[in-house]
Design a binder for this molecule. Structure first.
Ligand SMILES: [Zn+2]
Ligand SMILES: [Zn+2]
Length: 408
């Protein structure tokens, strides 16, 4: 029987018709299966059993603006199939310094650091302040500057859901303070909070959720895509990317296609959560992924497709930092804390110090941690007993699991 279905991206008027027609064919096919049966759309005379799509002139689904692309929807005149195409942003059109489309002044646009929709703001801080008043879904800030103007440390607070499309802007290793103060963002939101950062350079998310997070069961989801940080050396704190202290709430983190170079401890959280690091690169860092779980609960840390170059620290570099440094450190120092590491498709080169590529124990009291390894690209050495130092190696490509035992 000939194929007569055509896919429809959204239910069109022809869909029920197609089903009806195909039912008819099915009935006819039972009585006479050798006969070719053309399929006509009633009233048109068009055979839809075999055709090249004939697209209509299109309908605007999302209108383009001065700066954002729109979407055009085309529908096949014969079968009703739909496809979409981008409509390019049309750009500003200035007459006497005012854009005839968006009414912004050229001066204001040129001096802007960020925008929300078509409204421009001179500084990122002003944009965040304006965003606070909006519904969470509308809080999308696009950075329009190449570099973020100077602002005081912890001067921009994020105490709720927000998306920042940095478009490659360089923050100069300045921070956004997450649930730490409430001078700017006065009423911290509770529930499930989504913080999304795309394409930022040298941006540091620093948080102490214990200070401002309203409830113990609040959840902060942080997503960072294509962000890149570079600091001043493997033992210095400049260049950190996400460093949260405190045990309140849950912090879920997804970090994709990011890179960090030359800093001490770019990722750190103490509380429960689901953490994912996908296709990231870490270079010249004392302890790139550093998770000491300090509260009861579960914490799953997935590291997939990551590359660790020259990470860790030797006693010569710093006797103190070398005690806990390793490319990945996952430990539990509170009873009932259950962290688990899932490490796959990753690679380790030039690891420094004597804590292995993965450190699952600390000097002193600690609780058991599980690590599951799967198909890594290099051998991975795991230190699972601190004193005396004991190691287990899972060879490249192999699957295995390693645990540290309680040391109390
Ligand atoms: Zn068609
Ligand atoms: Zn405009």
């Amino acid at each position: 029987m000939r194929k007569i279905y055509k896919s429809h991206t959204t239910g069109g008027g022809y869909k029920s018709l197609t089903v009806l027609v195909s039912l008819l064919i099915a009935v006819l096919a039972i009585t006479s299966c050798t006969q070719y049966i053309p399929v006509f759309i009633p009233g048109t005379g068009n055979d839809i059993s075999d055709h090249s799509h004939q697209w209509d002139t299109g309908n605007v689904l999302i209108a383009e603006t001065c700066v954002d692309d729109g979407v055009m929807l085309y529908t096949c005149l014969i079968c009703g199939e739909e496809k979409t195409e981008a409509i390019n942003a049309h750009g500003h059109n200035f007459e006497n310094d005012i854009c005839t489309y968006c009414n912004n002044s050229k001066t204001n646009i040129d001096a802007s650091e960020a925008r929300i929709g078509l409204k421009y703001y001179k500084t990122l801080k002003e944009a965040v302040e304006a965003a606070i008043a909006l519904d969470p879904a509308e809080r999308v800030i696009d950075i329009t500057a190449e570099t973020i103007k100077e602002y005081n440390a912890h001067g921009i607070e994020i105490n709720g859901s927000i998306t920042i499309n940095a478009n490659g802007a360089d923050f100069g290793n300045r921070d956004l303070a997450i649930y730490t103060y409430n001078n700017l963002w006065k009423n911290p939101e509770s529930g499930e909070i989504n913080i999304v950062i795309n394409d930022a350079e040298n941006l540091y998310l620093w948080g102490q959720p214990d200070d401002q997070l309203p409830n113990d069961n609040d959840i902060i989801n942080v997503t960072m895509n294509n962000c890149h940080n570079k600091g001043n050396g493997s033992l210095a704190n400049a260049g950190r990317m996400l460093y949260f202290t405190g045990t309140k709430g849950t912090t879920n983190i997804t970090i994709s296609n990011c890179s960090v170079e030359s800093t001490d401890s770019p990722f750190y959280t103490n509380n429960p959560g689901k953490l994912e690091f996908i296709d990231c690169t870490f270079t010249d860092i004392a302890v790139p992924l550093n998770f000491n779980m300090k509260t009861a609960g579960t914490k799953t840390i997935t590291v997939d497709g990551c590359k660790f170059n020259n990470c860790g620290a030797t006693v010569d570099e710093s006797a103190d930092i070398s005690k806990y440094s390793a490319p990945i450190r996952v430990v539990a120092t509170e009873e009932g804390a259950k962290p688990e590491l899932i490490l796959k498709n990753s690679e380790f080169y030039g690891t420094k110090g004597d804590n292995g590529d993965v450190l699952l124990a600390v000097d002193g009291t600690y609780y058991g941690v599980n690590a599951v390894l799967e198909g890594n690209k290099t051998d991975v050495e795991i230190c699972n007993v601190y004193n005396p130092k004991t190691y287990i190696t899972i060879n490249a490509g192999m699957t295995g699991s390693v645990s540290s035992s309680d040391s109390i």
